[in-house]
Each structure stands twice: as C-alpha cells, then as structure tokens.
Write a protein that binds this ligand. Structure first.
Ligand SMILES: Cc1ncc(COP(=O)(O)O)c(C=O)c1O
Length: 411
C-alpha cells in the first residue's frame, strides 16, 4: 500500500544494482589498489586507468559556446542545426530514400519513451529480445504496457529469426499493432549486431504482415552504440533498407549522443521517424512534440549546439572522428582479448560482434556475481547471466578476466 504516492507511483523500494556494485568496486579499489580490481560494471567508456573518457573535441566546443547559447531554451523539436546533424551522424552515407522527420529527446531513453508511449496502446506489449536493457521494462510498466520477448539466439547460437517472427505474429494477432524494439548494432548486453541479411529477412517478413492493412507495425531501432560498431560505416548499411516500405510499416530510430559523443550527462538525442508516407512522419512529429512538452519540454541547448558545430566544422569534425576512432579501436582490442581468452579457457559467452558489453550465460547470476566480488571482479548480474563491460576494463585485464570468471563459475 502506498503511503502518500498515488497507486501508480508505488514501486518496490530498491536501489539500482549496477550503481550498488560499482560502489563496492570503488571500495575495493581503495582497499586493494586499482591493479587488483576488475571493475566491469558501468556502461561508459573508460580509459585504461579507469577514468571516464570525455572527448576533447566535444568539451572544448561546449566550453567555447557563449553563455547565452548554453542558457537559452531550445525549440521543443530541437534546433534545426542539431536535427540535421543528428540525421547526418545517424545515417552516415546510408540515409534511406524516404520521408524523414526528427525530434530531439533527452538521450536514447527519451527516444524509447517516445516510441513506447506513442506507438502502443494501454495494455499492449512491446516485443524485444530476451536479453535486453532493463529500462525497456521500466518505461513500459510505468505506463501500463508489457514486454514480450523472443530468445535472441537459437540452439545453434544464431540470431533467432524464427522466434522473432513467431512472437511478432502472436502480438499482431492479438493487438493488430506491434512495436518491435531492436537494439542493434552492438546490442546491450550481448554485443550482437543484426546482419544485413538478417535485416532483409526481418523486413521481408514485416512487409508480408503489413499486407493486412489493419496491422500497424513499428520497428524501433535503438542505435545507442552504433558509433562503436563495425569498420567505418559498415554497420549503418541497413538504414538504406528502410526505403519503399509499406505505409503501415514504420521505422523509428532512437539516436543518442551519450556514447557517440561521450555526452552521457548532457542528455541529448533524437527520435527519427522514417516512412514512405509523408502523413505518417507528420503525425509522428506532432505526437512526439506533444509528448516532449508533457514530459521534459525541450532538450539541452548547449549539447545541441555542440553536436551541430562538431558535425559542420571540418577541423572539429576531423578531430572528433580521430578521437572516436581511437577509442573504437581500443574497444575492439579489449573485446577481442576477452573473446579469445574466453574461447581458450572454455568460458561460454554469447555471440559478440560489437560494442560495450559481452554476456556470459550462467545459472544463478546473482550468486555468481557475489562470488566474483570476493575475487575483486565486479560484473553485473542479469536475469540469465553476467554482463562484462569491456568498455570499462583495460585490454590487459580483459585478457585475465575470463579464466578468473571460469574458475569461480566452476566452483
Ligand atoms: C540499450 C540502450 N539503449 C539506450 C540507451 C540510452 O541511453 P541514454 O538515454 O543515456 O542516451 C542505453 C544507455 O545505456 C542503452 O544501453
């Protein structure tokens, strides 16, 4: 029973487990020294010495803005320069040939909220993979929506397209409406990226389902980690496939500058709607404006100005790309070290392609995480296994971690 809050505001009193474990990791670092501790908890890019990476190109630009440019309100939809920059950054050279409209959001989280609120009805369930970022659940449950899942991988360890199709059909039969959230490329927590061939199969299937004109299908591409995926722009090719889709198959991309520009705390991103039908994106635009006004009003103007300047100024952009690529390479080396060692010591991990995390399936993740803490290894327990954040751990430690984890899991 709630004391003072209204019934819908009463949730279990629990603190965020990730921040709790990160706190314990910080204590261990203090007590035993940084070299003895593997802190693989937070989903932010850390240097080898454990400090947060913050791109110089970004922060020099931000600090060079004049005060009024930071202080002013932004338009609810976001500044024109920012929205253009968001689209450019997001699609790279693979902008779909379609009607496209964007609205700024506070990070990718705001984008997920926009899609869930505006593209499902009360009581509906969204569909995503069984390993998923837990705020999908928080966002949906708060507004009386549910989460249905399909197993992300089949028994052969391949992406489970069959499960995706079956569950989509089931929800469409029931709701005549589907919001499929795919966090790709560089899925949190597995590091999987849907391949171009898999995208073809997903879109072919959805086009078939869209032949029933009563079906309303929306795919939200949560692209939070896209800048750290693949070689150059190769993981953006799939955007081109969102060309010539039927009117009742709508695509939303949740673009976030949190990782791409190391701007986590500046809360800036955008939802980008893509459709062959202009009315569909117009409707999207005004729905998102309303939701923005009702929830956070407008975004952070200084963050928008920074992203726009970095995108449009040749020299700044070069500097930004160099910084980003340096860390993209560093991340890849760390992940390769972890994956190779895991293979050597026979530690089972889920198929990793790109990004900040590797997942280790296991029984009793909570217990396993507690045992690992005693060995000064801090990982996040999820429902079905452990999440190791390669983004936060040096290559050297990524090399030693799998054997240590294997030993603890075997105990
Ligand atoms: C899967 C996923 N989606 C979206 C986000 C968006 O984060 P933000 O709201 O900070 O941009 C994150 C960040 O951790 C994430 O892991």
């Amino acid at each position: 029973m709630a004391i003072m809050v209204a019934e819908h505001g009463k949730w279990p009193a629990k603190s965020d487990p990730i921040f709790m474990i990160a706190g314990k990791a910080a204590e261990a670092k203090e007590k035993y020294g940084a070299d003895k501790v593997i802190n693989s908890t937070l989903g932010a890019l850390m240097d080898d010495d454990g400090s947060l990476v913050a791109f110089d190109s970004v922060y020099t630009t931000l600090k060079n803005l004049n005060n009024a440019e930071i202080a002013a309100y932004a338009p609810i939809q976001g500044t024109k320069e920012f929205l253009e920059a968001a689209e450019l950054n997001c699609f790279g050279q693979y902008r779909p040939d379609a009607h496209i409209r964007a609205v700024s959001t506070p990070g990718g989280t705001g984008g997920v909220k926009q899609a869930v609120w505006n593209y499902t009805n009360t009581g509906d369930s969204i569909l995503t993979t069984n390993w998923y970022w837990s705020p999908y659940n928080t966002i949906t449950e708060e507004i009386d929506r549910g989460v249905e899942t399909f197993d992300i991988f089949n028994e052969d360890g391949n992406y489970n397209l069959k499960g995706l199709k079956e569950q989509s059909k089931k929800l469409l039969d029931k709701q005549k409406r589907l919001l499929l959230i795919l966090n790709t490329p560089a899925h949190n927590p597995t590091g999987y990226s849907v391949s171009d061939e898999e995208w073809d199969e997903i879109l072919d299937f959805m086009k078939k389902e869209a032949e029933d004109k009563e079906n309303k299908i929306t795919i939200l591409v949560d692209a939070a980690y896209i800048e750290f995926a693949g070689e150059k722009d190769e993981r953006k090719k799939f955007f081109k496939k969102f060309t010539n889709l039927p009117d009742n198959l709508f695509i939303i991309v949740a673009f976030s500058t949190s990782k791409s520009h190391t701007m986590y705390g500046l809360r800036s991103g955008a939802v980008i709607g893509i459709s062959s039908n202009e009315e569909v994106v117009e409707e999207f635009y005004y729905a998102c404006l309303h939701t923005a006004r009702a929830n956070w009003s407008n975004g952070t103007r200084g963050a928008m100005a920074t992203v726009a300047k970095i995108t449009n100024d040749k020299n700044l952009n070069k500097q930004y790309q160099e910084e980003k690529n340096k860390y993209k390479k560093l991340l890849r080396k760390r992940a390769e070290a972890f994956v190779e060692e895991a293979e050597k010591v026979n530690l089972e991990i889920l198929p990793y392609r790109d990004g900040f995390f590797v997942s280790i399936p296991c029984d009793n993740p909570q217990e396993a995480s507690e045992k690992l803490m005693k060995e000064n290894i801090f990982v996040v327990p999820l429902q079905k296994g452990l999440r190791f954040a390669v983004c936060a751990v040096s290559e050297e430690k990524c090399k030693t971690a799998p054997e240590k984890i294997k030993k603890v899991l075997n105990k």
